[in-house]
Ligand binder design. Sequence first.
Ligand code: KG4
Ligand code: ZN
Length: 390
Amino acid sequence: MKPLFRATILRRTLSYARAYSMSSPVLRVLGLESSCDDTAAAIVSSDGQILGETNVHQHTVHEQHGGIVPGLAANHHLKNMPLVVHDTLKKAGMQITDLDAIAVTRGPGLPASLAVCVAAGKTLAAVHAKPLIGVHHMEAHALMARMTSSVVQFPFLCLLISGGHTLSLVVHGINQYTMVGTTRDDSVGEAFDKVARELQVPWISSQEGGGAGPALERLARDGDPLRFALPVPMDKADSAASPDFSFSGLKTRIKRMREQNLFNPVVRQDQADVAAAFQLAATKHLRKKTALAFRRAREMHVDVTCLVASGGVASNLAVRESLEQLATSNGVDLVCPPPSLCTDNGVMIAWAGIERLKLGLLDPYTIDFIQRWPLEDLKTMGYRPRASSF
Ligand code: KG4
Ligand code: ZN
């Protein structure tokens, strides 16, 4: 990049932080997401309005394969990204030149999928000389609730439950995370998806939430959770005190039950009873380990303002109900974004972009995607841009 161009961007970057703190103008940011199987874009303003939003799901593409096929996902992102950007600008009645910045999911996620939104965002930002913000996908899930509820002030306790992660953390501020618990094997979303496959549950349509997890939740509503009592993971003396999670044992147990013909996966009542038993055990596990995360926050002398649950599995009503009781017993509210903002979307990327833009946290046009990216590493990433980073 030419030095003059660098200097212009740097000046503009620093002036955002200064201008925002002085006059609080309304900022408008385009967010792009393609880390997994959703191609999404949204334009969001700093007063929390969604000005335009488009999300193209790929459930019908991957259902026949029983899970997400990375190559297929990337091909569809390549095809769909220009369309979702165009559609979002049209819905907002805006042009790129009207934006204050462009935010993209930088990681973690599927490499070929991440490459699509990172390349699209970098190119749009560079061509229009707009500030670029590389967003951590899980930070975006964590911050989403700050757009939808004023209760969510720092520090808060956060449970991130998605297809790729199961994390409990204390969120002290933007970039400032203390990990409390993480999964030792599968994520909770992965477990929902694998159990749905074991039970041969057809995925439900994108209009109804889409995918295997919501299909299992719907099936569980008609089931008896006590017919097949499943043990709550990590509940024995040697692991009960750990705030970590584990879901692979539940999945394996259900697989073994099928091999032993303890249920018939094509009999609907059997499917529903197993789904209900799995959901109950998974929910109890999430709740018990989140209770330990509350305890850990107290030990750290952090007075959390609320419990936030986000990520695809936080749209599950049984999970929400159970976490709500837990939050109440700890004297705070549970805050979850609405279901469509719990699963992957462009709004959360745009909103995280706004939060970072307000602090002047921008990235150079040379950024690459980061496939594996622990949230705690954000602490050591440039808090304010330095001249050398452009
Ligand atoms: O956050 P997300 O949309 O994508 C990732 O970042 O991974 O989460 C997707 C995961 C999938 O495993 C999906 O089956 C699960 O969240 N999920 C659900 C529900 N809705 C989505 N699991 C259980 N119940 C739901 N209602
Ligand atoms: Zn996600």
